[in-house]
Design a binder for this molecule. Structure first.
Ligand code: HEC
Length: 180
């Protein structure tokens, strides 16, 4: 009798496990489908100088976060502690600190933490990405790959790094996320 009970319990548990792994499957497949989606419907970037369209090689968006940004214009790294820490390092490495200050509150260049900006579009993450990527006419050099050293695709920050830098800047910005 005791054995029968045990067998029943095991059978019940086993059935439960099968049910679980079955219900996991569609979710995993769904995840894959949405990962593949961005290629078809990328957002259009425009420069900060004149609002003219700029083309950035989609292949440079080579992480899940960068792909999501390319598809939606939202920066998934905002609020992500690991990305924020990396973004802070990149901000120092690429001398952003020299002009914008160690806290991004301004030095030679303007503060980057808002709520008002020289370029209103920088309150939004797509806009700030474009400003960093393509620069301005007023003293802000472009830092994007191939733009910092024109023609050299091995120099400069990659989209994923720009998104981390922006996530760090937003972490200093009193609740402004740029993803609104
Ligand atoms: C040589 C100094 C210098 C460096 C280095 C520099 N910037 Fe700038 N940045 C400026 C100046 C000056 C402006 C104002 C430009 C203007 O008014 O057109 C500016 C503007 C900006 C803006 C727009 C701010 C607004 O209010 O709209 C952002 C964003 C920005 N910089 C981010 C960065 C980041 C990120 C880096 C590092 C990758 C960086 N900058 C490196 C000088 C610099």
């Amino acid at each position: 009798m005791k054995n029968l009970k045990l067998t029943l319990v095991i059978a019940f548990l086993a059935a439960g496990m099968v049910a679980c792994s079955k219900s996991d499957k569609p979710a995993a497949e769904g995840g894959k489908a949405s990962e593949a989606a961005p290629a078809g419907n990328a957002i259009q970037f425009v420069d900060t100088q004149e609002g003219k369209p700029i083309t950035i090689d989609a292949a440079l968006f080579d992480t899940p976060a960068a792909k999501e940004f390319l598809a939606t214009g939202k920066n998934p790294y905002v609020g992500n502690e690991e990305a924020i820490a990396k973004g802070k390092k990149t901000f120092q490495l690429y001398s952003c600190t020299q002009c914008h200050g160690p806290e991004a509150k301004g030095q030679v260049g303007p503060g980057l933490t808002g709520p008002t900006f020289r370029y209103a579009k920088d309150a939004n993450n797509k806009g700030m990405f474009e400003t960093i990527w393509h620069g301005t006419n007023g003293g802000m050099g472009a830092k994007g790959i191939g733009l910092m050293v024109p023609g050299d695709n091995t120099q400069g920050v990659k989209p994923d790094e720009v998104l981390q830098v922006i996530a760090w800047v937003r972490s200093m910005s009193n609740g402004l996320t740029g993803n609104e």
